[in-house]
Every structure is written in C-alpha cells, then in structure tokens.
Design a protein around this ligand. Structure first.
Ligand SMILES: [Zn+2]
Length: 233
C-alpha cells in the first residue's frame, strides 16, 4: 500500500518535471498526462457504422444488448492501443476522460443512448482497483457523462470475483472467466427495474464482459441494456 502510494508520488513528480510532447506531431502538451494532442486525437480514424454493426452482430447476437457503439478499432501497435495502455497501466487518467468525451460526442444525437437512465462502468474487483488506484471505465463514463448529461453510477455493478486478465484467453475461456463475476448491489435492486442502462468499457474484445454485465442487469429487471466502449477489437 505504501509502496504503491510512493510509486504514484514519484510518477506525478516525473510528470511535473518532464515536459511531454505529442507522440504524433511533437507539439508541446499542456496536459502532461496525455500522450497525444487534441488535434492529433481528433484525426485518429474512426470505426465506420457498417463495421460497428457487423462486429456487434458477431459478438452480441441473440443476447441482451440492444445497441452498441465504439469509436475506434483496437489493433496492435496503434496510437489507440497505446492510449488505452497508458490510461490503464500508467496512471494517465486524463486520457480516460478525454476518450470518454470523444465517445460522448459521437453518440450525442442517438436517441436510445441519450434517453438511458444511467451510465454503468464495468467495475474492477476491489483488489484490482486498489492496486491501480482508479477504474479506467469509470473515467471514460465520466467523460461521456460530461457530454450527454447522463449520470454515472459506479457502484451499481460489483465485480465479486477477481478474474484473471483476459488478454491471453480465447472466446470460450473468456466466457467462463467472467461467468458470475458480477452482482448488483442490494441497495439498487428496486431502482434497476424497468430502467435503461449503458454499460461502459474501455475495449470490447469478445464482448464476454459486457454480456455478463447485461445478464445480471436483465436478471434484476432492467428494461434495456446498451454497450459503449472506446475501442472494439
Ligand atoms: Zn499532436
């Protein structure tokens, strides 16, 4: 715990001392917690609608997700992968907020999304959250919320099993890995009934995590579940 705090302190100090430059254009960054400037960020290629629909059809067919949206492709050795990595593992929290704002701007005219009752970040297990110090999906959800004005409820979904990291697992293993990993916090059981929720994650790969969250919400009486992620694999 103390070592973790010390590491964070050192990191903030490094950010303070070293001037950061945009990894793409080399321009000085006002926010040292970013790795690319806003202008370069706005130029990163977006997933087109046709692509999104095809991918979600593959991942969510027959399930409880009524609608889904992602901004970017998640591919190896791209700036998007790097941004997400820095956000998750290197304490670059402002990346989460900014990616969330981009995501929010992309859906600000989508009726289903903007009439939802709440944004629900995919929760981390409390042990993982303690190690990292924050939940990246929550940062993204806060960015989305800033644009579309829908509240974020961070503690409605709870991760009850500290699942292993999914990076090296195949589809079947991922499904098993997240099975029964989530629960709804008791105090929200009445609130959920008949409501529409947007589940927010950083990356949708197989969709297993979001599907599992949706199952739990549905079992507790939610009306509709939408999915939102910064990137899609
Ligand atoms: Zn730049």
């Amino acid at each position: 715990m103390i070592a973790q705090g010390f590491k964070l302190l050192i990191r903030s100090f490094m950010d303070f001392v070293f001037i950061s430059e945009c990894e793409i254009c080399g321009k000085y960054l006002e926010d040292s917690k970013m790795i690319v400037c806003k202008e370069c960020l706005s130029k990163i290629e977006r997933v087109d609608r046709f692509d999104i629909e095809r991918k979600f059809e593959e991942k969510f067919a027959g399930g409880f997700i009524s609608k889904a949206f992602s901004c970017f492709h998640f591919e190896e050795n791209t700036i998007v992968q790097k941004l997400i990595h820095e956000m998750k593992y290197n304490n670059k929290r402002s990346i989460g907020k900014i990616l969330g704002e981009i995501l929010g701007s992309s859906i600000r005219d989508e009726h289903d999304f903007i009439t939802a009752d709440a944004l629900l970040p995919v929760p981390l297990h409390k042990i993982r959250k303690r190690e990292r110090g924050y939940n990246q999906s929550e940062l993204i959800a806060l960015g989305v919320s800033k644009v579309i004005g829908i509240k974020v409820i961070s503690d409605l979904l709870v991760r009850v099993r500290n699942t292993q990291t999914q990076t090296k697992l195949n589809l079947h293993e991922r499904r098993e890995n997240v099975k029964d990993a989530f629960k709804v916090k008791n105090k929200y059981k009445d609130f959920i009934v008949g409501k529409k929720f947007i589940v927010v994650d950083d990356v949708i790969t197989t969709g297993s995590t979001i599907i599992e969250c949706a199952n739990v919400l549905k079992q507790n009486g939610a009306d509709k579940i939408y999915a939102l992620s910064v990137a899609i694999a």
